[in-house]
Design a protein around this ligand. Structure first.
Ligand code: C5P
Length: 238
């Protein structure tokens, strides 16, 4: 199992509808965030070719397709993603033990570079009481899923910054990747369980995923640099 990072890393979510927009943003931001995240919108539009271009700009690639299917299908998809060179990918913890273990075995069976596997716990857009059939609070359910993810061999989980400290305390060595990050004063959008970059770092987040506060900013590079500065100050304060 991979150990937690001593320095949290910024991941920019390239949630835009066209390849040209994604590449313009990626070039603008090159040298700031080390990671970029390609999700279902952009990957459906652009496919693997975009990932190669982004890697060529020096980014590590996080493919966020949140796999959730029968174990065999997920294992095969994970192998294909690894084959196109992604550095990190997501699957839903709610896919359960057999699906997550199948993904882990698929990665272990590959030669060469192996992508990190992150399990999605509870989407940060869920408010308490909104998850169909789940009576646990989002935080409790996320912790339950994180414990499973660790037992089933995943490298980390995707969770709200509000859940990171509890997960880090209960699951030592499991990494936390936190979306729903909002710099002080910025719009919450559709997110419900948000946290500032500094608070997420203080809570133990290993990766901070930021989309709209950077990509929709008037000056995306300045927005990314401000978030990086907030992260650095927060690390110094830990
Ligand atoms: O624009 P914003 O910063 O809200 O973008 C957050 C990104 O993180 C989006 O790409 C979203 O799909 C992703 N994400 C999330 N909550 C999760 C998992 C992923 O917001 N639990």
């Amino acid at each position: 199992m991979t150990k937690a990072l001593s320095n949290p890393q910024l991941v920019v979510a390239l949630d835009v509808p066209h390849t040209s927009v994604a590449l313009t943003l990626a070039r603008t931001l090159a040298g700031t965030a080390p990671w970029c995240k390609v999700g279902m919108e952009m990957f459906t539009h652009a496919g693997p070719a975009l990932l190669e271009e982004l890697a060529g700009l020096g980014y590590k690639i996080f493919l966020d397709l949140k796999f959730y299917d029968i174990p065999h299908t997920v294992a095969q998809a994970v192998k294909v993603a690894a084959g196109i060179g992604v550095d990190m990918l997501t699957l839903h913890c709610q896919g359960g033990e057999r699906m997550c273990r199948a993904a882990r075995e698929a990665v272990s069976s590959l030669p060469g570079k192996k992508p990190l596997l992150f399990g999605v716990t509870v989407l940060t857009s869920f408010a308490p009481g909104e998850m169909p059939g789940v009576s646990e609070s989002p935080a409790d359910f996320a912790l339950t899923l994180a414990k499973g993810a660790q037992m089933w061999g995943l490298d980390g989980v995707v969770c709200s910054g509000h859940e990171a400290s509890g997960i880090k305390a209960s699951c030592p060595g499991l990494m936390c990747l936190c979306p729903g990050i909002r710099p002080p004063g910025s719009a919450v959008d559709d997110q419900r369980r948000t946290m500032t970059p500094a608070h997420a770092v203080a809570a133990g987040a290993d990766y901070l995923v930021v989309g709209r506060p950077i990509i929709a900013a008037h000056d995306p590079r300045a927005a990314a640099e401000q978030i990086l500065a907030d992260m650095t100050s927060a690390v110094a304060g830990i």
